[in-house]
Design a protein around this ligand. Structure first.
Ligand code: NAP
Length: 344
């Protein structure tokens, strides 16, 4: 609990104690100078964000508050995580207590597969804004390229248990996403889980370029081709599941545990860091944005402390050497491979 106590109680104490004023000024400067990437729109996206998938409603408000107190200014959310109300409560608490202003935060959310039809996109965005208690999103992503049957059932199935898909092409959804920017509902739009052809289709048809492509990225899945492609096209890359997503619901006993990999552990020991910190740094040192998830105060704090060290090129090569093109989030479990727009 140390960071929570540190962040809330001690900050309150520090704020009222003149003797600590230089310390406070230093903290504030450190937060506002957090490294960021400039998006094609000119907006800046902090390179480190807090992931919120699987963060339970009862835990995520506290996690968001702790993260903001630690200095995080980027939150990664989604309608499908079913916790945006609680994320919003955390944001509201930190705006209300004066720790941050709305404009200090970079908030991402994602359009779920049931809302790909162009007529549904604005309503879905407004639902998310309502849950988060915000007037605009900094970034709105198409969560997956596959469309599901329209409606409010997140994972629609027919009476026989078959998944119900829809055939809206992502390019049509994108045109509706562009209108959200024009209306001021979000500042940037982007893609997630699309393959190269699907990103190219958007680049060929777009008025507004995708600001980022959010994909699974870690030493077991280094995706060099995709990173090169995005670089050539001026699209930033956001690394999800950077720690290997050990709490994903469908993990199996014999699946690799990235934070226990001997190479990761050895580099961590050598540098006096944790395996998680090495993995986060791996994403950042490749020039990507990274969004590790945690609801544990000490880990939220430790993950943020990755902003103050670097891996050597030799360590980066060692970690890249672990690649197996292994995906934790391939979604075979919900029969996605049968969808015509399945990206993998
Ligand atoms: P992850 O960040 O790779 O791993 C999260 C797990 O690691 C949790 O079990 C967490 O535990 C643990 N952890 C965090 N920090 C740690 C530390 N310092 N030491 C030890 N364990 C630590 O997994 P993820 O949630 O799959 O990915 C991160 C975020 O990416 C998501 O939350 C979501 O925002 C985004 N994402 C997006 C997509 C997409 O389709 N676009 C897919 C997957 C993920 P505790 O929470 O218990 O501390």
């Amino acid at each position: 609990m140390f960071p929570t106590i540190f962040s809330s109680q001690c900050h309150r104490t520090l704020r009222s104690a003149k003797v600590f004023l230089p310390y406070i000024a230093l903290q504030v400067r450190t937060m506002s100078s957090q490294p960021s990437l400039t998006l094609p729109s000119g907006n800046k996206m902090p390179v480190l964000g807090l992931g919120t998938w699987k963060s339970k409603p009862g835990e995520v408000t506290a996690a968001v508050k702790t993260a903001i107190d630690c200095g995080y200014r980027h939150l990664d959310c989604a309608r499908a995580y079913q916790n945006e109300d609680e994320v919003g409560a955390g944001i509201k608490a930190k705006v209300d207590d004066g720790t941050i202003k709305r404009e200090d935060l970079f908030v991402t959310s994602k359009l779920w597969c049931t809302h790909h039809h162009p007529d549904d996109v604005e309503r879905a965005c407004k639902q998310t804004l309502d849950s988060l208690g915000l007037e605009y999103l900094d970034l709105f992503l198409i969560h997956w390229p596959m469309a599901y049957k329209r409606g409010d059932v997140l994972f629609p199935k027919d009476a026989d248990g078959n998944w119900q898909f829809d055939d809206t092409p992502q390019v049509e959804t994108w045109k509706a996403m562009e209108k959200l920017v024009e209306k001021g509902l979000c500042k940037d739009i982007g893609l997630s889980n699309s393959n190269k052809k699907q990103v190219q289709d958007i680049l060929d048809a777009c008025k507004i370029k995708p600001a980022t492509l959010q994909i699974e990225l870690h030493p077991l899945l280094i995706q060099e081709d995709m990173l090169q492609f995005c670089k050539e096209n001026g699209v930033t890359v956001t690394a999800y599941s950077p720690l290997g997503s050990p709490d994903r619901p469908w993990i199996k006993d014999d699946d690799p545990r990235l934070m226990e990999d001997p190479t990761v552990v050895e580099i961590a020991k050598k540098k006096g860091k944790s395996p998680a910190q090495i993995l986060i740094r791996f994403a950042l040192d490749r020039g990507n944005i990274c969004i590790p998830k945690s609801v544990t105060p000490s880990r939220i704090q430790a993950n943020f402390e990755t902003l103050n060290f670097k891996l050597t090129s030799q360590e980066m090569e060692q970690l890249k050497g672990l690649n197996k093109d292994y995906r934790g989030c391939a979604l075979e479990w919900i029969a996605h491979p049968h969808h015509p727009f399945f990206p993998i």
